[in-house]
Design a protein around this ligand. Structure first.
Ligand SMILES: Cc1cc2nc3c(=O)[nH]c(=O)nc-3n(C[C@H](O)[C@H](O)[C@H](O)COP(=O)(O)OP(=O)(O)OC[C@H]3O[C@@H](n4cnc5c(N)ncnc54)[C@H](O)[C@@H]3O)c2cc1C
Ligand code: FES
Ligand code: FES
Length: 1378
């Protein structure tokens, strides 16, 4: 029998949200996500990365197991799931569980009401992760509620760039077991978590543990601020952040039933599927015989189970595999059976199934038998996210043979047995050892063979087994280095202690394959376990696991030192187990073996409540949820790419430069143009050369490169085709020939050496007599530090649709921009159309953070030009890798400083020199640099300052605005300087900080007088709330008791100037229209990007007009409603637009007043109607420009800022000195936001900015090749903070009684200011490293560049292990720091 003679089925049948889909025209290359969005038009499921790394595409897949007769519900990434793979299964998307019209699901209600949705782009994916968890718990047999731990695991694969995660956790906490047990359903009080208490429920809340009546409450558990009885609440503070009492209980019996067709009949499961597409065929055999035959006939075929390896290869490495075989119906590959010495798993068994089975074995078998199982279970916790583990199989991990596979080191160290089988060769069993992998991703399995199963052995009494993984981020990250150790002891008859009889060690991340360190293993043999062994083993590892200085992956010294560190952890662990009380290691030394664990988050939020006499209808100051939150939670909220396709619409795909500096020799689009469905190629020849330039200030970039590329990611041209797959495939076929040019300038150092600066950006800002003050200073110290850039990673990538109207005489552009006016203007300039024929519209964007202020134009322009050329609507949404490579990010900075100070630490003078890496065009780099200069003293009075700066011109994609706009970089240098002063003087830097804080009436170095300066209040309150002094003492004790784990503490203030530093940008307008039914439509110049701007604007309009928010609507931002607006940026959205909306509403109110006076008992509708019949205009514009600002660089006079937002944060961290891992134990923030327009939104901004800043200062690292090519192009390689990274205790408090006379209703801007507070984590880490260094006698200042990655932390700690590693620095490394 051959497959060709069998009955095969081409039709793919599955259910989506209860509806049957049967399609016999499916292309096997389509993912489920593509099918949902493009064929079924279910756009709630989002595309964030296409590589399984962000969770935006999460759906629930349910299948019926006809053997166990159970329905299994799993969360999965639709972006990696081939649509063919869901044959016979049921898919549930966010639309399927609830809607604002049909009613919200409990999960949707909670995330929205708890303020867990800001831009909303991540929300459907997060909703579906939680929903899948609830469903899997309720059908998992016991019908239990999920625990906090279950929730932690469920969200490992989801990212959110806006919220900082805390509100999402708080909202969903109400669905957990712990919530149920803890009194539940009480509304959350101000100053408490939503559970009614600042304590971690898992640890026992005062409501449940009875402490409330005994000693006040859970304060004893550490919830100092967040406690319901903590004494922090002011009288009258009975206000809620969200009201959990209104939540309907989750009732699993109300869930839709599983499709009966799939349950009643196994027919679909038993079908032999053969789906043929134009390039790829999908086979789903049902027997082993069929599978082996297929593999013999197609030895190059890929076997697809989870598609989590192959899916990424196909999408990002342009691999085409003509034959795909899906073996998930072949029962031999699904076996799970006990064997004599272990457990056998079929190769298609998923990682989560393995986890479940091994956990039950660990529970049921004696401990000594399960040590390998335990190592696997522990490893699986850190392996990808749950969505991946739900579908990815063990066979895929083994067969891919990635050098950083997490399981292969364990399988090798445990000598697992593999069964390989082929049609002609039959079955053979091999042992997994060092010779299984032959080279990079190659192994000994023959092309016609398949992997049938793996047998994992039980351990025994004398065997010690452990595995370790070190990654940059603990959850859902690939390993930097991993290792597994297997040591068997024997006790010779006459020996006192056991000796090593056998050793097997395997490492990942140290070579092109997983390696067995067999020479090192020999060193153990016959030896007792003791310090002598450590030295010998370390020396052997250094010898056996070298890495060339230019090895792929970089971090050479770190990776090599990890091989020793991980061994030492194992050594200490075994030591404790082997000798017990007999030969105790000191507690200090034992700290080597203890890793950092995720802790259940605790939190508290304090804010000022509205006065009791404020009318109920007046929403200003109240915690109103984001007005789109409910639509975002149901997937109904429409983003640019969710807009239904227009008739005759075309798709555009960019051809981007792949060289950093080169001449274009030839661009040949002919292979692409030959592809069926391609309509054309556009490039520089399609545009008048005089119009081919653009830029926000200086037009120094080309829309399409005409002759020379100066960075990767520049637009050379674009393919326009019938649909996305065709356009993207064809764009990759455009051949570009380059001639390399030199130099390629990547780093700031290179640029400085070559004096490559953008014209006019070399500036000096000087105040006082710096040289004189330096001379009279008791101490003068110098230092330098580098701060890395940051990728915006808004969850929605840049997208645009251009629709020609009136036969190309008008153009409508819908795009994801923060600056519609600029898009309109640039398109007008590029096309020669007057601006009045171009409308740019934005409904909402899925995050911006500055990245969509100016850079979005590089996509909107080609899309607009293509639409006019073809006279058809054209659309494009960038893929994540394209977005990352083309649009730039936050500027890396390098700075040198010199500071003079008194013996007490009072700063007298400071001399700083900054350089930023601006990339290949100017963009906004000069303004970014100016803000860094304004903020170079952060919050400190330094009487004499000289700040010099220059923007470096390099061959990187142009860097741009990013939340804080140079401020976080400038302030970072000030804080690094003070930290060095502390180290130099051997005093706590907090003392120096406090001593130098600005006070009311002080003048800054740009001569602005500080008014309403609440800096000291924020500082003192933060000191007090964080119990700084007491915790410093506790921390000293901890650090004395632990050699290998150290804690650090830091408190950092911030002072952020509010206004665009370019004066003309501080203006905006609003249009308010009242309709005769009384409904009000507001439009203003700001963009809703998650920050709740529209919600706040409705609150303002509601107060002025005196009507409920429900009567007011904001639909979109559009250039034909409000013209000539500035970007929604510089934190000024609410300040500017709030005033404009207020003025417009006041005009209307003024016009309606006579009718109110005439009928005081009437309703709004009556007055509006009366005014209408009286022929009164019911629409009005408002215009606002910030008064009293304007700075003159020549004279160093005039105020650049309208006012300042102040704050302070205290963070405590713990680091693992051996691995560089860290954990934030607690953060306390106090922020002056004036009289907040909406405390829930503002607290969300504070938390979100803090976590984004936390990423900036600790995790997020862009890696570039020495030739300027970006390696980190997606969430796999570029790590944002995840759910597990938030501070274990996270307390946010808004300063009370701090009015701000300079903004709408006394509020303050919030978007950017809190971001810098996350540097408190960086400086706490530096503090912890200081303690580690003092263990080996290192004292005084040391340089720590940002971000404080695990590699930097580890290498800064320095000890006997790092000393052994010497790296040749003369060799050009794999990556460099720009
Ligand atoms: C976001 C993300 C995070 C990840 N994180 C981690 C991580 O933390 N640690 C880690 O180690 N890996 C990680 N991976 C890699 C991947 O998930 C694992 O390797 C997974 O086990 C692959 O299984 P799969 O079923 O999806 O493989 P597939 O993609 O379906 O197949 C992979 C390969 O294995 C071959 N193959 C599969 N089964 C057989 C068989 N029976 N016989 C012969 N060949 C076979 C296929 O031909 C194919 O070449 C991650 C991947 C993603 C996308
Ligand atoms: S889009 Fe699927 S995980 Fe990011
Ligand atoms: S709300 Fe999560 S990414 Fe914006």
């Amino acid at each position: 029998m051959t497959p060709s003679t069998m009955v095969t089925h081409q039709e793919v049948v599955f259910y989506v949200n209860g509806k049957r889909v049967a399609d016999n025209n499916i292309n096997p290359e389509w993912t489920l996500l593509y099918y949902l969005r493009n064929k079924l038009r279910l756009c709630g499921t989002k595309l964030g990365c296409a590589e399984g790394g962000c969770g935006a595409c999460t759906v629930m897949i349910s299948k019926y197991d006809h053997e166990t007769k159970k329905v299994v519900h799993l969360s999965a990434n639709a972006c990696l799931t081939p649509v063919c793979a869901v044959h016979g299964q049921a898919v549930t998307t966010v639309e399927g569980i609830g809607s604002t019209k049909r009613g919200l699901h409990a999960v949707q209600q909670r995330i929205a009401a708890a303020h867990g949705s800001q831009c909303g782009f991540c929300t459907p994916g997060i909703v579906m992760s939680m929903y899948s968890l609830l469903r899997s718990c309720s059908t998992g047999g016991s019908g239990h509620k999920p625990s906090m731990k279950d929730m932690e695991i469920a969200f490992q694969g989801n990212l959110c760039r806006c919220t900082g995660y805390r509100p999402i956790i708080e909202g969903f906490r109400t669905l957990t077991e712990e919530w149920e047990q803890c009194g539940s359903r009480l509304p959350a009080l101000n100053g408490t978590t939503s559970n009614g208490c600042g304590n971690d429920l898992a640890n026992g809340c005062c409501k449940s543990n009875g402490q409330a009546n005994v000693n006040g409450c859970c304060k004893t558990n550490g919830a100092v601020n967040g406690c319901c009885n903590g004494g922090q609440m002011a009288p009258g503070d009975v206000e809620i952040l969200f009201d959990s009492s209104s939540f309907k209980p989750y009732d699993s019996s109300q869930e839709p039933i599983f499709p009966p067709e799939l349950q009643l009949s196994p027919v679909l499961d038993q079908q032999y599927l053969l789906v043929k597409g134009p390039r790829v065929s999908w086979y789903r055999p049902t027997t082993l015989e069929q599978l082996l035959l297929l593999k013999r006939n197609h030895p190059q075929a890929r076997i697809i189970v989870g598609n989590t390896e192959v899916g990424v290869e196909v999408k990002f490495k342009n691999c085409v595999y003509p034959v795909l075989i899906n073996p998930t119906q072949v029962k031999e590959l699904l076996v799970i059976e006990d064997t004599e010495g272990g457990i056998k798993f079929g190769s298609s068994v998923t990682l989560n199934q393995i986890d479940t089975v091994l956990k039950s074995k660990i529970d049921s078998l004696p401990e000594h038998k399960t040590r390998v199982f335990k190592a696997i279970v522990e490893m699986l916790h850190w392996f990808a996210g749950k969505q991946i583990r739900n579908v990815a199989a063990v066979g895929g991990n083994i067969m891919t043979g990635s050098p950083i596979s997490d399981l292969n080191p364990i399988f090798i160290a445990a000598n697992c047995k593999l069964e390989l089988v082929s049609k002609d060769g039959g079955c053979r069993t091999v042992t997994m050892n060092g010779s299984f992998f032959t080279s990079y991703r190659k192994n000994i399995v023959k092309p016609d063979e398949i992997l049938l199963s793996i047998t994992i052995p039980c351990s025994h009494e004398m065997m010690h087994f452990k595995a370790y993984k070190q990654a940059r981020r603990r959850d859902d990250d690939i390993a930097v280095v991993n290792a597994a150790f297997n040591i068997t002891f024997e006790k010779p008859a006459n020996a006192h202690y056991p000796v090593v009889q056998k050793a097997t060690i395997a490492y990942g991340g140290m070579a092109p394959t997983t390696v067995e360190a067999s020479s090192t293993a020999q060193v153990f043999i016959g030896k007792t376990w003791g310090p002598h062994l450590v030295e010998d083993v370390c020396n052997a590892l250094v010898e056996e696991l070298p890495l060339s200085p230019d090895a792929p992956g970089g971090m050479i010294a770190y990776r090599r030192s990890l091989t020793l560190s991980l061994f030492y952890k194992f050594y200490v662990d075994v030591y404790g187990k082997l000798y017990g009380k007999d030969k105790m290691l000191s507690e200090r030394e034992k700290s080597a073996a203890q890793g950092l664990k995720n802790l259940h988050p605790q939190s508290s939020q304090y804010f000022q409540v509205v006065p009791p006499d404020q009318p109920k209808m007046d929403p200003v100051g109240r915690t109103i949820p984001h007005l789109s939150a409910y639509k975002q939670a149901t997937g109904e909220a429409v983003y640019c790419d969710d807009i239904p396709h227009y008739e005759h619409e075309l798709y555009l795909s960019l051809v981007l430069s792949t060289k950093a500096h080169a001449k274009l020799i030839k661009v040949d689009a002919s292979p692409a143009l030959a592809v069926d469905g391609v309509h054309g190629f556009i490039s520089a020849s399609d545009i008048d050369p005089k119009r081919n330039n653009f830029g926000p200030i200086v037009h120094d970039e080309e829309i399409f490169v005409s002759s020379t590329v100066t960075s990767t990611g520049q637009v050379i041209g674009a393919i326009v085709a019938v649909d996305q797959p065709t356009a993207q495939r064809a764009a990759k076929m455009v051949k570009v020939e380059y001639q390399d040019l030199s130099p390629i300038i990547v780093t700031i150092q290179d640029a400085v050496a070559k004096e490559s600066f953008h014209k006019g950006t070399q500036r000096t800002l000087k105040n006082g007599d710096v040289d004189g003050a330096m001379k009279s200073s008791v101490h003068v110290i110098e230092g330098d530090v580098h701060m890395g850039g940051q990728e915006h990673f808004y969850l929605e990538t840049n997208s645009a649709i251009a629709i020609p109207r009136e036969d190309g005489c008008e153009l409508e552009v819908i795009c994801s921009t923060q600056h519609p006016t600029e898009v309109q203007k640039l398109i007008a300039e590029a096309t020669g159309m007057p601006a009045n024929r171009i409308v740019c519209r934005v409904k909402r964007i899925g995050g911006g953070f500055g990245g969509k202020e100016s850079r979005g134009a590089l996509l909107a322009l080609p899309v607009a030009i293509a639409a006019l050329k073809f006279n058809r609507p054209v659309r494009c949404m960038l893929d994540r890798d394209e977005d990352m490579v083309a649009t730039g990010g936050r500027h890396p900075f390098y700075g040198k400083y010199k500071v003079g100070f008194t013996k007490e630490g009072k700063m007298l003078a400071c001399d700083v020199q900054f350089y930023n890496n601006a990339g290949n065009s100017l963009d906004l780099s000069a303004s970014v640099m100016e803000r860094a200069m304004f903020h170079c003293q952060n919050a400190y009075k330094i009487p004499n300052i000289r700040c010099k700066a220059a923007a470096c011109k390099t061959n990187l994609p142009s860097n741009t605005a990013f939340r804080g706009f140079g401020g976080p970089q400038g302030m970072f240098f000030a804080e690094s300087m003070i930290t060095d002063m502390g180290a130099f003087m051997n005093v706590d830097p907090a003392k120096i900080r406090e001593m130098n804080l600005y006070q009311e009436g002080d003048k800054t170095h740009y001569n602005q007088v500080l008014e309403h300066c609440t800096l000291k209040r924020c500082w003192s309150e933060c000191m007090e709330r964080s119990a700084y002094e007491q915790r410093r003492k506790e921390l000293n004790d901890f650090n004395r008791q632990h050699r290998w784990r150290k804690r650090g503490l830091s408190i950092i203030p911030t002072m952020f100037g509010i206004a665009f530093t370019a004066k003309f940008l501080n203006q905006t307008g609003a249009l308010v229209m009242v309709y005769t039914d009384g409904s009000v439509l507001v439009t203003h110049g700001g963009i809703e990007m998650g920050q709740g701007l529209h919600t706040k604007m409705v609150q303002v309009a509601s107060r002025v007009l005196g009507i409920p928010e429900s009567k007011i609507y904001i639909s979109e931002t559009a250039t034909d409603k409000v013209p000539n607006t500035s970007a929604t940026a510089a934190s000024s959205g609410s300040d500017l637009n709030g005033m404009a909306v207020m003025y417009a509403c006041e005009t209307i109110k003024e016009r309606i007043k006579p009718y109110i006076d005439a009928n005081p008992k009437g309703k709004w509708e009556d007055w509006v109607s009366a005014a209408y019949f009286d022929r009164v205009s019911l629409s009005a514009t408002g215009f606002y420009r910030t008064p009293g600002i304007g700075y003159n660089w020549e004279t160093n006079s005039g105020d650049p800022f309208n006012y300042f937002t102040f704050g302070a944060a205290c963070s405590e961290v713990e680091i693992d000195c051996l691995t560089g891992d860290h954990q934030v134990l607690r953060t306390d923030i106090v922020m002056d936001l004036g009289e907040s327009l909406n405390p829930a939104i503002d607290i969300g901004q504070v938390e979100g900015a803090f976590i984004q800043g936390y990423g900036l200062y600790t995790l997020e690292e862009l890696t570039y090749s020495p030739t300027g090519i970006l390696y980190s192009r997606g969430p796999g390689a570029y790590k944002l903070p995840g759910f597990a990274d938030i501070p274990a205790q996270f307390n946010v408090s808004l300063l009370r009684g701090a009015k701000n006379p300079r903004a709408v209703y006394s509020s303050k801007a919030v978007g950017e200011p809190p971001l810098f507070l996350a540097s408190s984590v960086f400086f706490a880490i530096k503090d912890a490293i200081k303690y580690a260094r003092s263990e080996v006698g290192l004292k005084g200042p040391f340089r720590l560049d940002s971000p404080a990655t695990s590699a930097r932390i580890r290498m800064a700690c320095q000890d006997e292990f790092t000393k052994k590693i010497i790296v040749n620095e003369d060799v050009t490394p794999w990556n460099i720091v720009p």
